[in-house]
Design a protein around this ligand. Structure first.
Ligand code: GSH
Length: 419
């Protein structure tokens, strides 16, 4: 890369503010992790549902319920709660749900916990999404999802597997993944839902698979050098169909977020140390990995209608909103001002700007803490991570400490709750 324009070429905050788009419509627009109310064009008085979910938009069981409400277009309120690995649980929530477990949901004032119970109650109140959860074929598919989940856990979360055990765990996982592919083929169309062969959108049976298959795709690339979508083309087709739907994209996380949020949640994820694994993990950590040919198609590519400019502006919006907090929490403190503007200038205008000397560490600190979709959609997260890394590289190779594996208290949501 060229040396970059001089430090004073970074756009000013005034210029950046002037570029900021009107805030996207969180209430009636496409699915997004920032909303506290979703109406789908209906009146607020019609809301019967409150979903209690995590601030990080990361909990897989919450994502399942979230997707159901979004695809079924049921108006709902959202109240966000901290998961224990990110910070302390809110006392108002443990007063309501003593275990502190998410998701929880209120329907007409009645509190329900356990994601499957929640979906059953929603189905009874509003009618099923596609085929009912109680249909015999859907029950079998739900069992298959649990089998896939367990095979994944054995492979990813068993410490100290020797080479033969690694191979066995992989084979067992792939055997179940092939059963998911067979179910997709048997359905004769895009979706797992028995009625969904020609439907434009997935049914409940599909949504049950989405959260963990998304996490499998990311974690197996990072910790095992295994590309699920390349190895299992029917799963790839299913993913691609989902990624064409803005409703799914609004809930979708990225490889970087999953790779670093899973270990504390799962009690450890174990890399197999293979050459490909090292390479993929390094590419994902750098944040520019998914442009790399080796990983092409492993994670979402831009979809029709996703303009580069719009992608970058969606990344600018939360940075502007939280800029004081980002500075206060960055190791550079107020010295992060110019380097951050330099990275934003690169992201928005394609012009590399030299950051002030000694700023690589601060730029990479933020690169490592963008959380998708909590902060922004997948492609915007990728654009910002890449701009931060490319700007850091103009300063030097200095890397911040590795992200913690036992907890993510560095991601405590409290300082960011305004706005
Ligand atoms: N069987 C439950 C599992 C829910 C669950 O494991 N939730 C986790 C988050 S993924 C949780 O709330 N853990 C407590 C915490 O992290 O604060 C369901 O299906 O709803």
């Amino acid at each position: 890369m060229a040396d970059g324009a001089g430090v004073d070429q970074a756009l000013t905050w005034e210029a950046l503010e002037a570029m900021a788009p009107a805030r996207h419509d969180r209430v009636n627009g496409a699915a997004n992790a920032q909303a506290q109310l979703r109406l789908f064009g209906q009146a607020e008085a019609s809301v019967r549902v409150t979903l209690y979910r995590d601030h990080h938009a990361w909990c897989p069981y919450c994502q399942k319920v979230w997707l159901w409400l979004e695809f079924r277009r049921i108006p709902y309120r959202i109240r966000k709660v901290t998961m224990r690995c990110y910070g302390p649980k809110e006392p108002w929530f443990t007063a309501k749900v003593p275990s502190g477990m998410l998701p929880a949901l209120e329907l007409d004032g009645r509190l329900i916990t356990e994601s499957d119970e929640i979906l059953l109650a929603l189905e009874r109140a509003f009618g099923p999404l596609g085929t009912s959860m109680l249909d015999a074929q859907v029950r079998q598919l739900r069992q298959l999802e649990r089998l896939l989940f367990r095979a994944w856990c054995v492979w990813l979360c068993s410490p100290g597997l020797n080479e033969r055990q690694e191979q066995q765990a992989q084979q067992q996982f792939q055997a179940v993944a092939r059963r998911m592919e067979e179910a997709l083929v048997a359905g004769g169309g895009t979706w797992l839902d028995p009625q969904g062969a020609s439907a434009a959108e997935p049914g409940c049976a599909d949504l049950v698979f989405v959260p963990y298959v998304e996490r499998m795709n990311a974690s197996l690339a990072y910790f095992k050098g295994f590309l699920l979508r390349q190895e299992h083309p029917q799963i790839d087709r299913w993913f691609t169909a989902l990624e064409h739907l803005p409703t799914y994209r609004g809930t979708q996380s990225d490889f970087h977020t999953h790779a670093h949020d899973l270990p504390p949640q799962m009690g450890g994820c174990w890399p197999n140390g293979a050459e490909l694994q090292h390479r993929f993990a390094a590419l994902i950590d750098r944040g520019d990995g998914l442009g790399a040919a080796e990983l092409h198609g492993a994670e979402a590519d831009p979809q029709p209608g996703q303009e580069g400019g719009e992608v970058a502006l969606r990344a600018l919006e939360p940075v502007l909103r939280h800029r004081q907090t980002l500075m206060a929490r960055n190791p550079l403190g107020s010295r992060f001002d110019q380097p951050l503007r330099a990275a934003l200038t690169l992201m928005l205008q394609g012009i590399p700007v030299r950051p002030e000397a000694g700023s690589a560490l601060g730029l990479r600190y933020l690169r490592d803490r963008i959380s998708v979709p909590r902060d922004m959609p997948l492609l915007s997260g990728r654009a910002l991570r890449q701009a931060l890394e490319r700007t850091a590289a103009l300063d030097g190779p200095e890397q911040p400490d590795a992200l913690p594996l036992q907890h993510r208290f560095d991601q405590d949501p409290r300082p960011f709750l305004q706005g």
